[in-house]
Design a binder for this molecule. Sequence first.
Ligand SMILES: [Cu+2]
Length: 196
Amino acid sequence: MAELPSDPLQRPLPDGAVPEPVVVRTEEHWVTIMAVMLTAMMVIMVVTSVVGALHPASNVEVIDSRTLHLKGEFVESNLGTALEPDGSVTVRLIAQQYDFVPRCVVVPADTPVKFRLTSDDVVHGFLLPDTNINTMVVPGFVAEVRTRFARPGDYVMPCHEYCGLGHQAMWARVKVVPWDQFAGQGLLERTSCATQ
Ligand SMILES: [Cu+2]
């Protein structure tokens, strides 16, 4: 066995100890890998938000939640699906403990759909699985989200913001039907699909 130098600093490292240059190099590698991962995640978030037309924040549009049922856009006769002159549709809903009013709405497939919602009591959530629709519904504000359903089908819309003891039962439905079927329906049919 070779003789060890008398200066301890000159002696080789014991087995298992990693020399400093190796430690520094390894740390630099991991910092680089982390930076690349963070950048990739940021890019994915931004790209999916833009491509998927995600719009998490509602527009800042205020409304008096105490008079919703008396006057303005959200009176009972104005709720549900309305056809706009440009061929798109607007759906107006009120979220309240523990229901959406109306409970079911019919919208046409392959058509621009705008949902306008407000709450008359506490904060609720509005989510349509497998779409870009996901917003909070805050009393005093109108939440507006837009989408286009590619094909007919049924979408359940759960309230996904805890709003009280009956929250878990707060579900409603969006029924997407072919345009021809939609055009043949009257206003009442478009909002009475909850009983079908
Ligand atoms: Cu809820």
